[in-house]
Design a protein around this ligand. Structure first.
Ligand code: GN1
Ligand code: MG
Length: 380
């Protein structure tokens, strides 16, 4: 996929002005993303053009209907929210010339475009305490907005996406096949995965037996899916609605704990440096509970301290499976990259497990503060 392909594809959208240049954009592992400059009478306007990966999302029409429903729900929530609300409605799709929210080119490739959200930035590595607080608030606010949306309104774009036991079964199958002859070289990570298999059913069993309600959640609540203000210490909105589907808030909190409590990226090569930073942990939980604490049931609250370890474990299993299968899902810059990623995630799993008691204390404190004096309680 070249920048020239992207520029040609941009012509199919009603962009503000004429597309004149396309540059590859780093964000995301699944789609090909480009920033397209469009010349208008008032200067340059930009859009984010994405070639949708239809191997991962075969039902592109269903995916894009979901995105439209989610955007409409966010806009409605913003209208009803506080004046200083995080403006999720700033995300807008650019209509295609045919009037839809996406197009298919002559080669059968699916494309969509968003207006570029100017004066924002993505944080790859959380290094400031306020970033964890703001990101927790942003996803908490997102969950609150989605709480009014019935799960039946959305199609399931990827079945069993956070079904951790099925992810583990898939790993076992890839190990048995060993098509890429990589199992022996991954023995250390496989051993550590085995030690933590008890984590696999923790969230899923609660969904299966009805202890945890099924709700519309983001499902990819990682730090790089938050847009921060370019100048001010605040989050503007969350992005990437492709996996917004029925699930559990525990999946989202798990992804937040996995990606926002350590001053690391998923791609750092050195797993020995993985840690849970107490300031980030506290800020994240405080921000999230401030916005979404009142939504949760007693059973969900009970499970919160474990969900980060469950989702880090699941992500370790996914990276490891992909490594053993020969890097067929996640793009890599070199062979072995997915194994390094799996090592980071299993180290994160262990670090999060070691902080369970601390999390329980913090969660109970923030919930009590929210209910006690009303400060920070959910107020819509
Ligand atoms: C993928 O494409 P991106 O970066 O939004 C993946 C997530 C993983 C994540 C790990 C559809 O997300 O589930 O947690 O990578 N999305 C899909 O970085 O598989
Ligand atoms: Mg995603």
């Amino acid at each position: 996929m070249t920048e020239a392909d992207a520029l040609a594809a941009a012509e199919a959208f009603l962009t503000a002005g004429a597309p004149i240049r396309a540059r590859r954009h780093g964000g995301g592992r699944i789609h090909d993303s480009f920033v397209v400059d469009c010349a208008t009478a008032d200067g340059m306007r930009r859009c984010l053009l994405q070639r949708i990966n239809n191997r991962v999302f075969p039902d592109v029409a269903g995916l894009m209907r979901n995105v439209e429903v989610v955007l409409a729900q966010l806009a409605a929530a913003d209208r009803n929210d506080q004046p200083d609300a995080t403006a999720s409605a700033r995300l807008k799709l650019v209509a295609s010339r045919e009037g839809g929210s996406w197009t298919c080119d002559l080669l059968g490739r699916a494309w969509r475009a968003y207006e570029f959200v100017e004066e924002t930035r993505v944080v790859e590595r959380v290094d400031q305490t306020w970033q964890a607080f703001e990101a927790g608030r942003a996803f908490g606010r997102f969950q609150r907005a989605m709480s009014a949306l019935s799960p039946e309104r959305l199609v399931t774009t990827i079945p069993d996406f956070h079904h951790t036991p099925k992810r583990l079964e898939a790993l076992r199958r890839v190990c048995a096949d060993d098509v890429a002859r990589r199992v022996s070289g991954a023995a250390d990570v496989l051993d550590r995965v085995e030690r933590h298999v008890w984590l696999a059913p923790v969230i899923q069993s609660g969904l299966d037996d009805g202890r945890f309600p099924v709700r519309v959640v983001h499902n990819d609540a990682k730090i790089t899916n938050v847009l921060f203000d370019a100048a001010l210490p605040k989050a503007v909105c969350v992005t990437d609605f492709d996996t917004v589907m029925p699930g559990s808030p525990l999946h989202d909190v798990g992804d937040m704990l996995r990606t926002m409590t350590s001053r690391h990226t998923e791609d750092d090569p050195d797993a020995s440096q993985v840690h849970v930073a107490p300031d980030l942990l506290e800020a994240l939980l405080r921000g999230y509970i401030l916005e979404a604490g009142a939504l949760l049931t007693a059973a969900e609250i009970e499970a919160l301290p474990l969900c980060g370890a469950v989702i880090a474990f699941e992500q370790a299993v996914r990276f490891l499976s992909d490594h053993l299968a020969g890097d067929v899902y996640y793009p890599v810059d070199a062979p072995g990259r997915n194994l390094l990623r799996a090592r980071i995630q299993i180290a994160q799993t262990e670090a999060l497990l070691a902080h369970r008691v601390r999390m329980r204390i913090l969660i109970d404190r923030f919930l009590a503060e929210g209910q006690g004096d009303g400060a920070g309680a959910v107020s819509t």
